[in-house]
Ligand binder design. Structure first.
Ligand code: ADP
Ligand code: TYD
Length: 210
């Protein structure tokens, strides 16, 4: 679905090291002469960044679960139209911090079983999956401790605590089995260099000519 470029998403619980590893992988790929775009969800385009503020700031009960699915999907649609599709059409490698798998997990699992609603809306409005998804897997308590180390206004989902993060970890591992061809699971409970080396190995293998 991705034209001539390559679409790579990073998934994992809060604090698992996604942004750290995306920065490292971007450096690695650029050093190899690749044209890389780094982006994130929710956000990545001006309109989607505005929606990000609506969904990640304020009272956790601000939106119903269903409204939240619509907002994340609206942000994703804008992101695809304005950034992802044009970048892939131009042959760039897109590194995206979270994509639809996060909606399958956070909105599909955390407030009742809404996975079918998430998938139906995805089919209707998004319709693409990444070529590759790196799942950074690690113990939720450690991830939460790392995430809490950062200060900021965006705490809504981190505030759900360790129980939610534990079911998220299991859910992400189940998604990795459900979508096995595009998923690669990396052990996030290592130092930053070791995780970066694992990620680079996986991506280099995927980029190598068959
Ligand atoms: P995410 O984007 O998944 O929420 P970050 O990349 O922002 O995670 O990392 C969360 C925090 O943990 C940051 O302060 C980061 O410097 C730190 N961190 C990231 N990876 C590691 C690691 N492998 N070991 C120790 N600390 C890490
Ligand atoms: P992110 O900035 O990746 O947070 P972190 O660096 O802590 O992992 O994502 C912000 C929050 O948004 C995160 O708690 C997960 C949540 N989220 C959803 O609930 N649904 C979604 O579809 C996406 C993309 C993110």
């Amino acid at each position: 679905m991705s034209g001539t470029g390559l679409f790579i998403s990073f998934e994992g619980i809060d604090g698992s090291g996604k942004s750290t590893q995306i920065a490292r992988l971007a450096e690695h790929l650029r050093a190899a002469g690749r044209d890389v775009v780094v982006t994130r969800e929710p956000g990545g385009s001006p309109g989607a960044e505005e929606i990000r503020a609506l969904v990640l700031q304020g009272d956790p009960d601000r939106w119903s679960a269903e409204t939240e699915i619509l907002l994340f999907t609206a942000a994703r649609r804008d992101h695809i139209e304005r950034l992802i599709r044009p970048a892939l059409a131009a042959g760039q490698i897109v590194l995206c911090d979270r994509f639809a798998d996060s909606t399958r997990m956070y909105q599909g699992l955390s407030r009742g079983d809404l996975r079918q609603t998430v998938d139906a809306l995805h089919d209707l409005m998004i319709g693409i999956e990444p070529d590759l998804t790196i799942l950074i897997d690690m113990d939720p308590a450690e991830g939460l401790a790392r995430a809490k180390g950062r200060n900021g206004a965006e705490e809504r989902f981190e505030d759900f605590g360790t129980d939610l993060q534990t079911s998220m970890r299991a859910g992400f591992l189940a998604l990795a089995e459900e979508f096995a061809p595009r998923f690669r699971v990396v052990n996030g409970a290592q130092d930053i260099d070791a995780v970066a080396a694992d990620v680079a190995r996986v991506i280099d293998a995927a980029l190598a000519p068959a």
